[in-house]
Write a protein that binds this ligand. Structure first.
Ligand code: ADP
Ligand code: MG
Length: 332
């Protein structure tokens, strides 16, 4: 979901190069604040696309031969060797699971599917409690063991199914950012499906202007524009991806403990972090935890986060001290 948009238009005289394309079932947009020769543009665009294909070959559950699909199909308990990138991102996801006591959990897919938010199309309906209990048996990050030294993964429950959709877009953004930096492009904005990372200055020579949307399913309007640099921004929200049945809204964020979609007045969370993967995962984690628990944990872990809560028709904002500090720093 495109929860964060880039605000402001480029003035025609500014020098910049832009790329766009499709990946991970969504779109990507990249801007570099310099005017590349056409031949270099073509080469770079190709490298970006190959890189994203490689990321998907590790993390996409839509590709049968991907690393994650191979692991998901594996029906035995013995350890499976995986690439360094795979071990790295899985370890980061498991770390956030530990810090959130399982509120964030990339094994939650059976429940996501049951509630009709997975890849299989389903009529909007509320699953039966037996179905939820059955799915819950196969959910739990502690059912996955990682041996980073061996580069191997063991599924303690062979039915456990990994789904990186809450962190892979952010990871893709980080990889593209690294590729740009390796090619000496140090002023850029990379965006995949709403997850953004910026560095240096925009084509006008200013900080990058990133808009946080009002959490409102009716239309797109801007809540606040962040003037930032050298940072990743991720937003999670329940204002667009949900279904409604008998007047109740069901969120696409699932509480892995109860097996139920979360119900609270937290409408969106925006997280700032050095790593886009980290920001992406935490944004989803906070949507599970809700405003109160989420805010306390963000503060405890010194994370920069903006929580937008619905209070009747009004929107109330809660910002962590770390978020304030980032915004203050960029005013200078
Ligand atoms: P958002 O922009 O709302 O964060 P994402 O696509 O980044 O959307 O992440 C939402 C996805 O995360 C859901 O579609 C689902 O696959 C997955 N998800 C749902 N609940 C959890 C959870 N408790 N922990 C981890 N991932 C989850
Ligand atoms: Mg996310």
């Amino acid at each position: 979901m495109l929860a964060v948009l880039v605000a402001g238009c480029e003035s025609p005289q500014s020098l910049s190069t832009s790329f766009k394309g499709q990946t991970m079932g969504t779109t990507y947009h990249i801007t570099i604040s310099s005017d590349l020769a056409e031949i270099d543009q073509g080469g770079l665009h190709k490298s970006i696309d190959s890189l994203l294909v490689a990321v998907n070959q590790s993390f996409s559950t839509y590709i049968a031969s991907s690393e994650v699909s191979q692991l998901n199909k594996h029906t035995q308990q013995q350890a499976q060797i995986r690439s360094q990138e795979f071990i790295e991102l899985l370890s980061e996801a498991l770390h956030i699971s530990e810090l959130t006591q399982g509120a964030y959990d990339i094994t939650v897919a059976p429940l996501v599917n049951l509630w009709g938010f997975g890849p299989d199309f389903k009529e909007d309906d509320v699953p039966k409690s037996e179905q939820i209990n059955q799915a819950l048996n196969n959910v739990g990050y502690e059912k996955i063991l990682v041996d980073s030294r061996q580069g191997s993964i063991k599924k303690l429950n062979p039915s456990v199914y990994l789904d990186f959709s809450s962190i892979a877009k952010g990871y893709g953004v980080d990889k593209v950012a690294e590729l740009l930096e390796t090619n000496n492009h140090l002023n850029y904005m990379v965006e995949i499906g709403g997850e953004i990372r910026v560095r240096g200055l925009n084509p006008q020579g200013d900080k990058w202007r990133i808009a946080v949307e009002n959490p409102d399913s009716a239309g797109k309007s801007i809540y606040k524009v962040l003037n930032v640099s050298d940072i990743a921004i991720a937003t999670s929200g329940d204002y667009r991806n949900f279904f409604e049945k008998d007047g109740i809204k069901f969120s696409h964020t699932i509480n892995p403990t109860t097996g139920q979609p979360v119900q609270h007045n937290l409408a969106s969370v925006t997280v700032l972090s050095q790593s886009s993967a980290t920001a992406d995962a935490w944004a989803t984690a906070f949507m599970v935890l809700g405003g109160k628990k989420g805010y306390d944990l963000a503060k405890e872990n010194n994370l920069a986060a903006l929580f937008l809560l619905k209070e009747g028709e009004a929107t109330k904002a809660l910002v962590t001290p770390a978020f304030k500090a980032v915004i203050e720093e960029h005013k200078r």
